[in-house]
Design a protein around this ligand. Structure first.
Ligand SMILES: Cc1cc2nc3c(=O)[nH]c(=O)nc-3n(C[C@H](O)[C@H](O)[C@H](O)COP(=O)(O)OP(=O)(O)OC[C@H]3O[C@@H](n4cnc5c(N)ncnc54)[C@H](O)[C@@H]3O)c2cc1C
Length: 376
């Protein structure tokens, strides 16, 4: 996305990626796009397939005590909504756009390192085709995820990490089964959290709260379906449709923020700077908001040599990040069972859910955070 935004501003960039093109396209992760992400994809010329295949959801369900309650997000937020469109589809569209610009995009590079951060011309080195290459840069954008090299290149003492690890994880599956609900269902059951979601009219995406060290081999398909049905089924007879499971994986849950998001001419964006638990569906959307701000700041720098937006980049990003962290933490705490919880905690969670689905003020708060605040 940063490459596309810079291209539209007429700014050169080189993208280096250590995985192969098929790998990044097939990697199944996020699927919920905020309104602002959808609007930006349209603005940068990538809205055509999204408009055709993306599924706009104006509402979301919270389920507890055997009942599903719908929150009408569009009505509460002046018409804003989320769109279900797989992250891998977004990545596919972005790669196609990049290829069309003929600007450099190098897959399967190795040994990436960033150096000379102290001066005005940092450099990136990498190996490709058995040869070592160097890119001399004005700026480096660290968009290399939480396990990338950019954040760890920042000298000790210049970065503070704020972190929280949750005592549970998500077991996620993809199944060839038609979704039995047109909108997402977040459920709290005595056995723990479950989420009903989808990728298309034929594919359901479902998650179960599990232990952080859960052994996926202990979860044959029959056990997964039995548990999903137990946790999701409501008194009106609704439940997920069953079908062949095509993918399953366990995802740990944590919150991390690195402050500041900048060291001299290196700017951190996306998961390189922050991780959110997936409950609030904010990770991809925060990454998009970061690079939108960074592209505007770089455009101002090259247009008028103004550095004020570059100087604001981290503070603005951290404000949005902490807002998303608070929301993701709140959704996670409200909907998951923790081993340290006692019956009081469970009753309090149910009271909170009851309040959220019956108070217009509480519903509006959830809705405006879930569909996401405008960029800026
Ligand atoms: C199961 C799951 C479900 C999720 N659901 C949602 C959701 O519903 N909504 C949402 O908004 N978010 C969700 N997320 C989070 C979302 O996927 C991430 O926040 C998002 O991918 C962050 O984008 P990014 O570009 O910062 O990092 P990434 O997508 O991780 O991209 C970083 C890239 O850098 C590459 N890289 C790493 N190291 C190097 C190196 N040394 N050199 C070169 N390249 C390198 C990686 O291969 C990768 O392609 C989910 C995540 C998971 C795992």
């Amino acid at each position: 996305m940063l490459g596309q935004l810079l291209h539209l501003h007429g700014i050169d960039s080189v993208i280096v990626e250590n995985r192969s093109q098929p790998y990044v396209i097939e990697r199944v992760r996020a699927g919920v796009l905020e309104q602002a992400t959808v609007d930006l994809l349209h603005e940068v010329g990538l809205g055509e397939r999204l408009a055709r295949e993306g599924m706009r959801h104006e509402g979301v369900y919270l389920a507890f005590n055997g009942t599903r309650h719908r929150i009408n997000m569009a009505e509460l937020t002046g018409g804003r909504a989320i769109t279900v469109y797989g992250q891998n589809e977004v990545v596919k569209d972005l790669i196609a756009a990049r290829v069309q610009t003929a600007r450099p995009l190098h897959f399967e590079v190795a040994g990436v390192s960033v150096r000379d951060l102290e001066g005005s011309h940092p450099a990136i080195e990498y190996t490709a085709g058995g040869e070592r290459h160097q890119i001399d840069c004005d700026f480096v954008a660290g968009c290399d995820g939480f396990h990338g090299v950019c954040r760890t290149t920042i000298p000790a003492g210049h970065l503070q990490l704020y972190e929280r690890t949750y005592p549970f994880a998500w077991l996620g599956i993809l199944a060839n089964a038609a979704p039995s609900s047109e909108e997402l269902v977040y459920s709290l059951h005595d056995n723990g959290f479950a989420l009903f979601s989808m990728r298309s009219a034929q594919v359901t995406r479902l998650y179960l709260q599990c232990a952080p060290d859960e052994d996926i081999h202990q979860w044959p398909d029959d056990r997964i379906w039995a548990e999903l049905k137990t946790r999701l089924r409501t008194d009106d007879g609704w439940g997920p449709n069953e079908g062949p499971i095509t993918q399953k994986a366990v995802t740990p849950m944590r919150s991390v923020v690195a402050e500041p998001m900048r060291y001299r001419r290196l700017f951190l964006a996306g998961d390189a700077a922050h991780i959110v638990p997936p409950t609030g569906a904010k990770g991809l959307n925060l990454a998009v908001a970061d690079v939108w701000r960074l592209s505007n700041a770089l455009a101002a720098y090259y247009g008028s040599r103004s550095e004020s937006l570059l100087d604001d980049y981290s503070d603005q990003g951290l404000r949005r990040t902490w807002r998303a962290q608070r929301f993701s933490w709140w959704m996670t705490s409200m909907l998951h069972k923790s081993a340290s919880d006692n019956p009081f905690d469970h009753k309090r969670q149910l009271a909170e859910l009851d309040y959220v689905v019956h108070s217009r003020a509480a519903m509006t708060s959830l809705a405006e955070n879930y569909v996401g605040v405008p960029l800026g």
